[in-house]
Design a protein around this ligand. Structure first.
Ligand SMILES: *Cc1c(COP(=O)(O)O)cnc(C)c1O
Length: 357
């Protein structure tokens, strides 16, 4: 398929943020976007890079009514050497296609959309921040577009990619966050859609997150839906705990999202010869370990923040300080290591980074 390119005219180009070191997350978008259409019986067609702008959806578009929507999140980094690097992009599209399968949506040709994505990034390369910590966030998305009311999979879809410069995800930066262990609401359950990056999971999480925010917490830590006993993950991050010098994270059993940062952390920690386990963690054991000093660090992992240290965890109205409320040693070392690989500054022994320019 030939990619059609409609470049933004001089009057369509947007002003870039004046200070790239003061960027927030998710509010600013570059000059162009990529779109690709699908129809049953015809397959994918009409790949186009065009000026960033509104998309036109029929009000009966099935994605709006029945939740067939999936997305991905990854970043492009500009290194000090001027190189532009992607981090494990193939893994994002593999996961995208797994999400598509779960939501009865068509798979994309991963190699092709990756090629389109790279072309989009290079066209808007001026939008990639050059300062460390900042990057270009990339959001591949698919939504059902067939105008039809009635619950069944749609016969038409729109795939698109939007990109925009972002700073660190959390206002706190690398400052430890306070998390609230949610023991009433649940995010998802076994057999549900927790493993898919699909819009409904996030819609379902908002009320608990808002309630936690009102109480001064940054994020909600979800427990398993069946027993409300085992740790699952936080908002958009997987969770890790360091207990008795062992790094532990909950296993992927269908309700936890298979994070690419999670996998990178597991592999890096293994490389360093530190013991790492994927096993179920009861919240009671975490609290016990926090009380008697065996829990030395806790952190979340995700593309947006990379590593987000947890300084305080609150369960059943009791607050527990972790690592003295600071960023733990291992959390810091992992952050430095992964960031250095992402910016092309450190040898990448796993073949994770791809230099595209
Ligand atoms: C995206 C996401 C993550 C993190 O995945 P990464 O691939 O590391 O960015 C974790 N949990 C949820 C619920 C997510 O949506």
């Amino acid at each position: 398929m030939e990619i059609k390119i409609i470049k933004a005219g001089p009057d369509q180009l947007k002003a870039k943020p004046r200070d790239m070191s003061q960027l927030g997350f998710g509010d600013i978008f570059a000059d162009h976007m990529f779109t690709l259409n699908y129809e049953a019986g015809k397959g994918w067609f009409n790949p186009t890079i065009k000026p960033y702008g509104d998309i036109c959806l029929n009000p009966a578009a099935m994605g709006i009514h029945y939740g067939q929507e999936i997305f991905e999140g990854l970043k492009a980094h500009q290194g000090k050497d001027g190189g532009i690097y992607l981090f494990r992009p193939k893994d994002n599209f593999k996961r995208f296609n797994r999400s598509a399968g779960r939501m009865c949506m068509p798979e994309v040709d991963a190699d092709f959309v990756l090629k389109c994505m790279k072309q989009l990034i290079l066209l808007d390369r001026e939008w990639i921040p050059k300062n460390q910590g900042a990057s270009l966030y990339i959001r591949p998305t698919m939504i059902a577009t067939e105008p039809h009311l009635g619950v069944r999979p749609s016969n038409a879809y729109l795939f698109f990619i939007i990109i925009g410069p972002v700073g660190a995800y959390y206002k706190e930066g690398l400052n430890p966050v306070k998390i609230y262990v949610e023991d009433f609401f649940v995010r998802t359950s076994k057999g549900g859609t927790g493993e898919a990056k699909t819009a409904g999971n996030y819609g379902a999480s908002l009320l608990a997150a808002e309630k936690a925010k009102e109480k001064g917490f940054t994020q909600v830590l979800w427990l398993d839906a069946e027993e409300k006993k085992y740790i699952e993950e936080v908002g958009t991050m997987n969770m890790f705990f360091v207990i008795d010098n062992e790094v532990v994270t909950p296993p992927l059993k269908g309700s936890v999202l298979s994070g690419i940062t999670r996998d990178s952390v597991i592999q890096t920690v293994k490389d360093w010869g530190i013991k790492v386990s994927e096993r179920s963690l009861a919240i009671n054991d975490i609290i016990e370990a926090a009380k008697n000093g065996r829990l030395t660090e806790a952190f979340g992992t995700g593309t947006a923040a990379v590593i987000s240290p947890v300084g305080e965890i609150t369960y059943k109205n009791e607050d527990h300080i972790i690592a003295g409320g600071t960023m733990g040693k291992l959390s810091h070392k992992l952050y430095d290591e992964i960031i250095a690989i992402q910016y092309g500054e450190k040898t990448d022994s796993h073949g994770w980074v791809e230099r595209i320019a």
